[in-house]
Each structure stands twice: as structure tokens, then as C-alpha cells.
Design a protein around this ligand. Structure first.
Ligand SMILES: NC(=O)c1ccc[n+]([C@@H]2O[C@H](COP(=O)([O-])OP(=O)(O)OC[C@H]3O[C@@H](n4cnc5c(N)ncnc54)[C@H](O)[C@@H]3O)[C@@H](O)[C@H]2O)c1
Length: 387
């Protein structure tokens, strides 16, 4: 069977990565961006990546040439007319996305699947701009798309089961790990990961430890690839702060997702992180950052507190049927490289231990932020485990 032509709208960070994935999977790809300079930058970046893969003998130079030859670069969305799927990865703005999909629908065939890679908007709200909205779906890749195996598949209330099946089959065939989740703020990963940043910031604000010590505890004792402050500096405090604020508002101001003044002030000061040369850490040449306090007792307190909050978030996502327990664990290991799935981790620690620690914090602080998920209570009462 002839492979369908894939359209990608937006040649930025995500669009460029998704184009590579589709072309490596032998699809003809059309990449459209309004900005010619960005299109050329995307093309040059792919060429560099291909050269590196050839050097490392991951692919042959013939394959590299073939991959690049499958991609058409264009500034005209009419070039999407023969596509079987179009994935949108443009600016995170509902009005602009709706306008674009309204136009796109007039160009593509009636059975072309329309997808958005949005991180924070509801798929239902984007689909509302499309007349045949049953063909609209969320396909959420992680950065960098060619390297991160996870893809969240998000049906909107309007999406047909056929669209979900065809999309999942296609993305699975690209050797990605797909997980299906409900159209709710942050989907799985960006919801469940909130405490990784939020609780770390809170621990700092309480004066328990400094940035370097918290990062040391999470990497050295927790086995995470990056500490929360290094990660926020990598993502950009401006970007990460806005996501936190958006998620907080989207959850009707549930105190669990409350943003932090520390991050707000860093963002206001222009301490964005790596890209601005300074964030929680200083990235200037020859600058030495403070060393962590490698007290293992203190480290254990920090790591356990953040882990327990992450587990509670994962359990609550399961409680509210955002995704299956398997999907929730896969999402965190394959989308953001957690050393273990959080529900598996909870089983290992003992659900009674997790509940007890949460209960202690809840009583100590008297804040709703620390309330244990009802599912956790129920499982402890019934003596059950997740797996
Ligand atoms: N960066 C991430 O880590 C990440 C991860 C997952 C999802 N996302 C989501 O992916 C989308 C894109 O994010 P990004 O980081 O790649 O952004 P980006 O700023 O790197 O790229 C966006 C591109 O869209 C182009 N564009 C804007 N409006 C356009 C239009 N009307 N028509 C055609 N092109 C247009 C811009 O020229 C730009 O090249 C967003 O919805 C974002 O929420 C981002």
C-alpha cells in the first residue's frame, strides 16, 4: 500500500522533529511555515543531523539522501492538498490555531486527519473550528521528537473512534510508544510532572535546601536524569512559568498546581536559564556554581517529598480516568525519562507508606495541596497494589 503523505505545519522545534520522524518512516512529507528563513533553518538543521547519523554509522549516506529527498519545504498551505494527515505545530495560541484549521479544512480531502501538537490547549476547543470535527485529534510529541519515544494521543469529545484507531496505528508504525489520554489540562505528562517543579520550588522557599542540593538529591538519590532546577533552566523559566500558570487556571485554581513566586521572580528578572546565561544557576564562562550539600539524610527527605507528591498526582490521574495505569507509567518513563513508572514506584514503596507521608504533610501544612488522592486511600484500605 502506498504510504500516505504527511503534512506538518510549523517548522520550529517540534515541527522540524516530527518531519524527521515521518520522513525516516518513508513518508513523503510537506513542511509548511509562514517564515522562509525558519524553513531554511529547519532544512539546514536536518542536514546536520543526517550527516551526524551517517558519521555514527546509524544510517547510510544513501538513506540520509533519501530521507531529505522526501521532504518538500513550502510557505503555502495549499501544498497540503494530497495529505492523509496534517499535524499542526505552530504558535500556542487558540485563535490562530482555529483560524489555520478552518482554512486547512477547505484544502485537504474530507478524510484527511487533522491533528494538533498543542501542549496546553484543549483539543475540543481547536476542533470546534472544524466543520467535520470527528477527524480532529491531539498528537502530542515530546522534545526532541526523533529521540523521545512517547506520543500522547488525545481524542476530543468530537473525535470519532475511526480517527483514534487510524492515528494510533499510524504512529505505532513509526515505532513510537502511544498512550491514549483524556482531553484535560496537561494531558498525562505535563499534569503528572507538575510537582517535580512545584514541590522542589516549595522546598527551596521553605529554606530546607538550595537549588544545587535539591538537584543533587533528585539525581544522586532519586536516579532522575536532571534535577528540577537544571531542568527548569533548560526548558526556560519564562516558558515553564507560563505553563504552570496556564495549568493552574485550567484546573480552576486547584491549590495543587499553584505557581511559585521564586519562579515568577526569576522569569521577571530575565533569569530564564541556559538561553539567557543565567537562571537558578549561572551559565557564564568560568563561573562556578555553589556545590550541593551532600548530606544523605537531608537528600532523602527532599527526594521522598517530591517523589510522594509525584506519586499522588499519578494516582489522582488514574482516579479521574485520565489514562490507564499502564499508560501513566509508560508516559513518565518514555516521555520524560523518569527512572521508574510512578505507580510501580508506589507499589515498591508500599502504598501505606506513601499515604502516611502524604497524611503527615497534609496535617502539618493544613493545605489542600497535600491532600491524598481518594484512590490511594481506597487502595490502602483494601490492601491492593497497582500491578
Ligand atoms: N517545545 C516543546 O517542547 C513542545 C513540546 C510539545 C508540544 N509543543 C507544542 O508544539 C507547538 C509548537 O511549539 P514549538 O516549540 O515547536 O514552537 P516554535 O516557536 O519553535 O515553532 C513554531 C513555528 O510556527 C510557525 N508559525 C506560526 N504561525 C504560523 C502559521 N499561521 N502558519 C504557519 N506557520 C506558523 C513559526 O514561524 C514557527 O516556525 C506548540 O503548540 C507547543 O505547545 C511544544
Amino acid at each position: 500500500m502506498e504510504k500516505m503523505i504527511i503534512g506538518i505545519l510549523g517548522a520550529g522545534t517540534m515541527g522540524s522533529g516530527i518531519v524527521q520522524v515521518a520522513a525516516q518512516n518513508k513518508h513523503q512529507v510537506v513542511l509548511v511555515d509562514l517564515n522562509e528563513h525558519i524553513l531554511m533553518k529547519s532544512k539546514a538543521k536536518l542536514e546536520k543531523i543526517m550527516n551526524r547519523l551517517v558519521e555514527k554509522e546509524k544510517i547510510t549516506s544513501e538513506e540520509a539522501t533519501a530521507i531529505q529527498g522526501r521532504i518538500t519545504y513550502s510557505q503555502d498551505i495549499h501544498d497540503f492538498k494530497d495529505c492523509g494527515l496534517v499535524v499542526e505545530a505552530i504558535i500556542e495560541n487558540l485563535k490562530i490555531k482555529q483560524e489555520v484549521f478552518g482554512k486547512l479544512e477547505q484544502i485537504v480531502s474530507r478524510d484527511c486527519i487533522l491533528a494538533s501538537n498543542t501542549s496546553s490547549l484543549s483539543i475540543a476547543s481547536i476542533a470546534a473550528a472544524v466543520e467535520k470535527s470527528e477527524r480532529m485529534i491531539g498528537i502530542h510529541f515530546f522534545n526532541p521528537a526523533p529521540l523521545m519515544p512517547l506520543v500522547e494521543i488525545i481524542p476530543a469529545v468530537q473525535t470519532s473512534s475511526g480517527t483514534v484507531e487510524n492515528t494510533t496505528t499510524l504512529i505505532d508504525s513509526w515505532n513510537k510508544v502511544t498512550v491514549s489520554c483524556k482531553d484535560t489540562p496537561g494531558f498525562i505528562v505535563n499534569r503528572v510532572a507538575r510537582p517535580f517543579y512545584g514541590e522542589a520550588l516549595r522546598i527551596y522557599e521553605e529554606g530546607v535546601a538550595d537549588f544545587a542540593t535539591i538537584d543533587w538529591a533528585m539525581t544522586e538519590l532519586g536516579g532522575f536524569r536532571m534535577g528540577p532546577f537544571t531542568l527548569m533552566d533548560y526548558i526556560g523559566n519564562d516558558v515553564n512559568y507560563v505553563v504552570t500558570e496556564t495549568v493552574f487556571a485550567a484546573f480552576y485554581y486547584d491549590p495543587r498546581y499553584k505557581p511559585s513566586f521564586t519562579q515568577k521572580r526569576h522569569s521577571e528578572a530575565g533569569y530564564y536559564g541556559r538561553k539567557s546565561g543565567r537562571g537558578y544557576f549561572n551559565y557564564g564562562e568560568g563561573v562556578e556554581n555553589p556545590a550541593p550539600n551532600e548530606d544523605r539524610e537531608l537528600g532523602k527527605v527532599i527526594f521522598e517529598r517530591i517523589l510522594i507528591m509525584l506519586i499522588n498526582e499519578a494516582v489522582d490521574a488514574l482516579f479521574l480516568n485520565i489514562a490507564s495505569k499502564e499508560a501513566i507509567d509508560l508516559a513518565m518513563t518514555k516521555g520524560v525519562n523518569y527512572p521508574k513508572g510512578l505507580l510501580t514506584w508506589a507499589d515498591e514503596l508500599g502504598l501505606d507508606v506513601v499515604l502516611e507521608k502524604l497524611q503527615e504533610m497534609y496535617e502539618e501544612y493544613g493545605e489542600d495541596r497535600y491532600r491524598p488522592s481518594p484512590l490511594l486511600r481506597r487502595m490502602v484500605r483494601e490492601g491492593k497494589t497497582f500491578f
